[in-house]
Design a protein around this ligand. Structure first.
Ligand code: ATP
Ligand code: MG
Length: 331
């Protein structure tokens, strides 16, 4: 039986952090066996907000290395770079003819980005959901593992696919947002002020590339307070977040001890953070070292990039032929 097709992408805008790892990449790694998976470094998307490309090459290489070190297996999934597949740009062009200015301007992410970069409200930013639709439809993918922030884009992707099918004939299955296993987790920044992010709030985000001392330093600085004064109190969000991080990297008995200390009002946050820092270092350092080794092995990386490009283009070329036939640009 043909496996269902999964597609997801990540922008090469900075270092991979714990939120990317637990919110996205770990799920991707878990899907590789069961699904026909395409994972894409979406470099064209990063140009909408990061026009300076001096570090792009380095970012793409490091991101690929970090994805592989986090469990993506280029033999099991198709791991590739968006700009290596020009068929995506062609599909983007056709889809742009059925995306309307009004609906694009209403997109939440567009409004946010337009507010944060008023001097660069470019057409690429406006049509971001169209390019994302092309990323998905180029492999006729149906399952798109994304976070909550992306649900509106997925709805737009379904609309564009549906309009194409109505106008030119049934080419695309309709894609849907997809959760693998449990609910997706959102990892908050260590000061409790927002989410961990590649491009914002970097001293409060834990990156897979951070060295051991930096990880310790960031965790020891995490926001706490004087501790609870009543037994079994509700935890403030920033304390809940520290327990949440422990859930991801610490042993059950360690977590149980600090839970009990909290409930009995005897918790010492300094000790808790020290423990969390050591468990985090033990978790992150092997991934970091593996990523470094991969990034230094340029021959291996070129092989991975070429292999991904070949597999992604084979799938994309088959779809673009269907699209050209349906649209009628096959002379
Ligand atoms: P940027 O700051 O450049 O937007 P980002 O950290 O938000 O970077 P994206 O490339 O936008 O990362 O997203 C990649 C994937 O990681 C998406 O599936 C997104 O939902 C997920 N993700 C990003 N941040 C978090 C977080 N703090 N917790 C859980 N998942 C996250
Ligand atoms: Mg983001």
């Amino acid at each position: 039986m043909k496996k269902e097709v999964v597609l997801s992408g990540i922008r090469p805008t900075g270092f991979v952090h714990l939120g990317n790892y637990f919110g996205a990449v770990r799920n991707w790694a878990n899907m590789q066996k069961e699904y026909d998976c395409y994972f894409c470094v979406v470099d064209w998307h990063s140009l909408t907000t990061h026009p300076d490309t001096r570090e792009l090459r380095q970012h793409v290489h490091r991101l690929l290395s970090e994805l592989i070190a986090s469990g993506l297996d280029p033999e099991q999934c198709v791991l590739y770079i968006q700009s290596d597949v020009p068929e995506i740009a062609e599909l983007y062009l056709y889809l742009n003819m059925m995306a309307y200015k009004g609906e694009l301007e209403k997109t939440t992410t567009f409004k946010d980005k337009a507010r944060s970069q008023p001097d660069n409200i470019n057409a690429g930013l406006l049509t971001y959901p169209v390019l994302q639709t092309a990323d998905i439809l180029i492999h006729r993918a149906t399952n798109v593992p994304v976070g909550k922030d992306q649900e509106q884009h997925l709805e737009m992707a379904r609309n564009f696919a549906d309009r194409f099918n109505h106008r030119y004939g049934d080419v695309f299955p309709l894609p849907k947002a997809f959760n693998y296993g449990k609910d997706l987790i959102k990892i908050m920044s260590l000061d409790g002020s927002g989410k961990m992010s590649k491009s914002e709030n970097q001293m409060n985000t834990l990156y897979l590339a951070d060295d051991d001392d930096l990880l310790r330093k960031k965790i020891m600085k995490a926001k706490t307070d004087g501790g609870p004064t009543e037994a079994n109190s509700i935890k403030p969000e920033y304390i809940q977040n520290l327990f949440g991080l422990m859930q991801l990297v610490s042993h059950a008995d360690v977590i149980a001890k600090f839970e009990a200390d909290f409930n009995n009002c005897v918790i010492r946050y300094g000790d808790m953070k020290k423990q969390l820092a050591e468990d985090m270092v033990n978790f992150i350092s092997p991934i970091r070292e593996k990523a470094k080794a991969i990034e230094n092995d340029k021959d291996y990386l070129s092989k991975v990039i070429k292999q991904g490009r070949d597999k992604a283009r084979a799938s994309a070329a088959a779809t673009i032929q269907l699209v050209r036939n349906a649209v009628g640009v096959n002379y």
